[in-house]
Write a protein that binds this ligand. Structure first.
Ligand code: PXL
Length: 273
């Protein structure tokens, strides 16, 4: 069985980061090993959330694993807390990366043209460095704009995304995928570029005009799980985009849906098929 280390926060309530990564990766048949970077009462879209930084746990946990001879087939990072923590995660990757370990970085820090609460341009710079050591990165358009210095455009075309991809590739990841790409009216999806094959990939789905938290984490966790099942990056991205779109559609049909996340619990059986 493949073993995936996923490094991100625990938002106790909110359906995002580890509370999505753990069930999704497990459902897709890989062992999910978690390294919580912070403990929050909720995700940061709530008011008055509590947050306990867990940076001081990273090194002792990593050293214990090293002593146990633990090996990972993938290391998947998501929402991290602080600049110094990103340095710690880079060191963790250096410690555990083998030739065939997939390093998948979702540089979670912004959406809809804005940085999430608590992040600034120094954090962006540090997250960009982390992207540089990854095999695959999956920023949304906002994150890609902050990292590259390009203007954020809600309305965009293929040429604009190609320019974003060209600049992102310079950071060093082998495969770069921009999410939240809408190339025609009523559609949304992804556009990616693989620098080894020199190939672009576009995949579009029906767009739902409502933003849900945690959908980026659902997309990334599904990609990682599918890559571990042997899918190519293009297949994994397509499955993850379809699954995320389907989950949003199902959530919209639930009159009792919580405002803070999607009903991935209802759709997990579909993903496993
Ligand atoms: O879904 C991304 C995410 C993860 N973790 C925390 C967040 C967010 C998005 O807002 O606040 C704590």
């Amino acid at each position: 069985m493949k073993r995936v280390l996923t490094v991100q926060d625990i938002s106790c309530l909110g359906k995002c980061s580890l509370t999505i990564a753990l069930p999704v990766i497990s459902a897709l048949g890989s062992e999910a090993v978690i390294l919580p970077t912070a403990l929050l009462s909720t995700h940061t879209a709530f008011q008055n959330f509590t947050c306990k930084d867990l940076s001081d746990q990273i090194e002792p946990i990593a050293n214990h694993w090293k002593g146990e001879g633990v090996k990972f087939d993938a290391i998947y990072t998501g929402y991290l807390g602080t600049i110094s923590q990103i340095d710690q995660i880079k060191e963790l990757i250096r410690m555990f990366r083998r030739e065939d370990t997939l390093v998948f970085v979702d540089p979670v820090m912004a959406d809809n043209g804005k940085l999430y609460a608590g992040f600034d341009m120094d954090y962006v710079k540090k997250n960009t460095e982390l992207c540089g050591v990854a095999d695959i990165i999956v920023p949304n358009i906002t994150e890609a704009c902050f990292m590259t210095g390009m203007e954020y455009k809600e309305q965009h075309d293929e040429a604009y995304i190609k320019e974003l991809l060209a600049r992102l590739i310079e950071f060093g990841a082998k495969t770069t995928v921009v999410t939240g790409v809408s190339l025609s009216e009523g559609k949304t999806g992804i556009m990616g570029y693989d620098s080894q094959g020199g190939e672009y990939f576009i995949y579009q789905n029906k767009k739902v005009d409502r933003i849900f938290h945690g959908t980026g984490d659902l997309f990334s966790s599904t990609c990682v799980g599918e890559l571990m099942r042997g899918k190519t990056w293009k297949e994994a991205m397509q499955i993850a985009a379809d699954y995320t779109a389907y989950t949003i559609e199902v959530t919209m049909q639930n009159p009792d849906k919580p405002w803070y996340g999607v009903d991935f619990e209802t759709t997990l059986p579909y993903l496993m098929k």
